[in-house]
Write a protein that binds this ligand. Structure first.
Ligand code: PLP
Length: 284
């Protein structure tokens, strides 16, 4: 596999970054994941816009132009023969000198890394037919979840807790309300209305969320952006999640309680179809 490091395209075993890089020692960095379907980048513009927002929030320089990011994504997809899969993009603050809590000098060049992962048949994931089981757990992340940082230890622990309980993912809960999944936005459907937490610093502003809500409104579905409790979710007609890598994934149980009749519901199924069709059409 060819990977990108600071302008170079290298075999993965020759790519190197400094051990002093603040991404490595302080999780001082941001990232994006863009899906590839049929060789096209899905929602790439949205991911780029959010990358710039994350960089700004952390007072980090944006080292590349939009065209540079796009060209690098396309080159990696082509060189690595990715038809279905993803491109991972990470920008960390770098660091030329000693480890220090204070940022390095202004002229420090951030470290940019990109790599691809092949996922043949990504859009036909059989899990979309049966749906995910989720557990709930207290949301103990920091309070700026709107910045997409590489500080992912808590969601990783929550994912492991879910797996150890035979579930597929965890929904994180703060003050009794669901914030989001470990790496996705959370939704319920009640009486035909799609309900998902409003945007704030409590959650990541999902790029897939934005697209799916737009498609839902265009299809005359009702959308309410507000928080909901675990009990309300367990009594919903349907539940689902969205993310760049899972698209729209139905959720069929929460903490062992079946949602609706415990099978994939029509709203989640339809939104998945619309999202896949429209986003592939708009792919670059
Ligand atoms: N929420 C969290 C915490 C995430 O990590 C992610 C994606 O990685 C999402 C939501 C979904 O965002 P997107 O649709 O942009 O992938």
């Amino acid at each position: 596999r060819t990977v990108y490091v600071n302008g170079d395209y290298l075999p993965e075993d020759q790519a190197k970054v400094s051990v002093f890089d603040r991404g490595f020692v302080m999780a001082d960095g941001v990232y994006e994941v863009t899906s590839v379907l049929g060789g096209k980048l899905i929602d790439f513009g949205g991911h780029l816009a959010r990358l710039k927002r994350s960089l700004e929030a952390l007072q980090m320089r944006n080292p590349l132009s939009d065209d540079d990011y796009l060209a690098a994504h396309r080159r990696l997809v082509a060189e690595n023969g990715v038809t279905d899969g993803m491109v991972y993009l990470q920008v960390t603050r770098g660091n030329p000198g000693d480890r220090d809590f204070a940022f390095p000098p202004e002229d420090t060049v951030p470290t940019v890394v990109m790599f691809t992962q092949n996922k043949p048949g990504l859009a036909d994931n059989p899990a979309a037919k049966t749906g995910w089981k989720v557990i709930t757990t207290e949301d103990l992340r920091w309070a700026r979840r709107d910045i997409k940082t590489v500080q992912l230890l808590f969601p990783s622990l929550a994912k492991m807790e879910a797996k150890s309980k035979g579930a597929d993912d965890a929904w994180l809960v703060e003050e009794g309300k669901v914030t989001e999944g470990t790496s996705n936005n959370a939704y319920i459907v009640k009486g035909g209305t799609i309900i998902t937490r409003e945007l704030s610093s409590d959650i990541l502003h999902g790029i897939t969320r934005a697209a799916v809500l737009r498609f839902a409104r265009e299809a005359q579905m009702k959308v309410e952006e507000r928080s909901f409790t675990v009990a309300e979710a367990q009594e919903a007609d349907e539940a689902f999640i969205t993310s760049a890598s899972a698209f729209v994934m139905p959720v069929v149980s929460i903490d062992g309680a079946a949602i609706g009749d415990g099978t994939v519901g029509p709203v989640a199924r339809r939104l998945r179809e619309i999202y896949l069709e429209e986003s592939v059409k708009a792919g670059v």
